[in-house]
Every structure is written in structure tokens, then in C-alpha cells.
Design a protein around this ligand. Structure first.
Ligand code: ATP
Ligand code: MG
Length: 251
């Protein structure tokens, strides 16, 4: 379980806050979607979960332990991270990208290779034709699949995904969303998924946490949020948009 308690983050010594007094829990096995417009603190929140960013106030716990007391390498073994944008290392092959964490953990060459092959097959990119390619020899959707494979390398309990499908065309995006739902059933991971796309949030989230200017407006299931919006901001998300245009824009 992941638990944030009164978490705030300021990058400027307290003059302004990227995240303000945020509390929520992610339950075991669920996919929680963090939804909000650009700059509302989604990436900052995600990075505080695996300690890439340290909170100014409040506590972040993973499995009941404060992440500030954990060894960061051990913590990140347990938490896979799919970076915003594509985030593959361009000078490394697919194989080398996927093996980054196993290499850090000192796995044998054989275990690394077997795991890499297993993961490429899982994301439906046959290792024979993809392992030796460089990222610029892949399509955007294929690169994104490799990003997911890389995050799963050490079989983490948790997966943090930062707008993983943001840069893709609509069709590829839909295909990957469906794949993720299948993968989730198969792997039983606890996932925090960041997006600014309302449609994507409603499709993927077991629950959705709506962020606005660094604070939580509402957290709940799709049904909770649609039936009982907690704030005017949440109400406006669903009422002021033309049908079918769900993407949040900068306010
Ligand atoms: N390292 C940093 N130093 C200073 N300010 C930062 C830093 N990282 C983020 N911020 C600021 O904190 C706020 C929240 O940023 P964050 O990256 O969390 O937003 P986001 O919701 O992920 O946005 P987007 O959808 O555009 O990725 C922004 O105002 C941003 O400029
Ligand atoms: Mg972001």
C-alpha cells in the first residue's frame, strides 16, 4: 500500500507550493489515476512516492514504512517507474534499456537476458527483432512499450506511470490503454497512473484523484465522481466541456 499524509512540496523555500497538503492512499492491486491539468503537481507527487523528490512536509509511506527511512535503491527496485515522455536512453539498445535495473542489482548475464526476453514478449515485441535496436529505430508506441517493459524489469510490486501515452496518436494510445488493462489483470500490480486526459482517467482508473493547483479536489470511483462531484472545480470538469472533448487544458 502507498499512503501520503499531509504531503507538501515547495521548490522555493516555502513561497509557493507545487503540492499542498495532499493525503490519499493507493490500495493493493488497484490502479489509481492522478488527473489534473499541466503544472498541477502530478509528476511531483509521483516522484515523491519513490523518493526522486523529497517532501517539504508530510510523510509518504510504502508498505507502512516512511520512504525517507528506506534505502532508495531498494525502494526503486520495488517501484517501477515509467517516465513522462518516452524517456529511453537514446544511446542504449532496447536490451540495455530494459536491463538497467537488473544490472544495478547485479544480476547474472543469463538472468538479465532471460528476463529481457520475457519482458519483450510480454509487451509483444519479439526479442529476436527488437533487442538490438536503438530507440530511434522504433515507433512511438513501440518505444512506450519498452518503457513499460523497463519499469517491470525487477518485477516490482508497484508501478508509477507518468502520462505514458501522452505523446501518441489516438489509435496507438487506445491500443496501449487496452494492453495496460490486460497487463494489469495478468500481473496484479498496484499502479499509480498520471494523466491530464479525462477520458483516459475514466477508462483506466479503479479510482481517480483529481488534482488542482497542487491540492486534491476529490478522490473516488468514476461513479462517485460523476454522481457526486465534491467541488465546483470537479463539477465544471464534466459540464463545461463539449461532448467528446475531455482533455483538461491549462487553466
Ligand atoms: N525541480 C523543480 N524546481 C522548481 N519548480 C518545479 C520543479 N519541478 C516542478 N516544479 C514546479 O512545480 C509545479 C508542478 O510541476 P509538476 O511537474 O509536478 O506538474 P505536472 O502536473 O506534472 O504538469 P505536466 O502535466 O505539465 O507534466 C509546476 O509549477 C512546476 O513548474
Ligand atoms: Mg508532469
Amino acid at each position: 500500500m502507498i499512503k501520503l499524509t499531509h504531503v507538501s512540496k515547495s521548490f522555493d523555500g516555502g513561497q509557493s507550493y507545487a503540492v499542498k497538503d495532499l493525503s490519499f492512499q493507493v490500495r493493493k492491486g488497484e490502479m489509481l489515476v492522478l488527473l489534473g491539468s499541466s503544472g498541477c503537481g502530478k509528476t511531483t507527487t509521483l516522484k515523491m512516492i519513490n523518493r526522486l523528490i523529497e517532501p517539504t512536509q508530510g510523510t509518504v509511506e510504502v508498505d507502512g514504512k516512511d520512504v525517507m527511512g528506506r534505502n532508495p535503491v531498494e525502494l526503486r527496485r520495488q517501484i517501477g517507474y515509467v517516465f513522462q515522455g518516452i524517456g529511453l536512453f537514446p544511446h542504449m539498445t532496447v536490451e540495455q534499456n530494459v536491463e538497467i535495473v537488473p544490472r544495478l542489482l547485479g544480476w547474472s548475464s543469463r538472468s538479465k537476458r532471460e528476463r529481457m526476453q520475457e519482458l519483450l514478449s510480454l509487451v509483444e515485441l519479439p526479442p529476436e527483432s527488437f533487442a538490438k535496436r536503438f530507440p530511434d529505430e522504433l515507433s512511438g508506441g513501440q518505444q512506450q512499450r519498452i518503457g513499460v517493459a523497463r519499469a517491470l524489469a525487477a518485477d516490482p510490486d508497484y508501478l508509477l506511470m507518468d502520462e505514458p501515452f501522452g505523446a501518441l496518436d489516438a489509435l496507438t494510445r487506445e491500443a496501449l490503454q487496452q494492453e495496460l488493462l490486460t497487463l494489469k489483470k495478468q500481473l496484479k500490480k498496484t499502479i499509480v497512473f498520471v494523466t491530464h486526459d479525462l477520458h483516459e482517467a475514466l477508462l483506466l482508473g479503479d479510482r481517480i484523484a483529481i488534482l488542482h493547483e497542487g491540492h486534491l479536489e476529490q478522490i473516488g470511483t468514476k461513479k462517485d465522481i460523476l454522481n457526486a462531484p465534491a467541488t465546483q472545480f470537479v463539477r465544471d470538469l464534466f459540464t463545461t466541456r463539449e461532448p467528446g472533448t475531455f482533455t483538461l487544458r491549462d487553466t
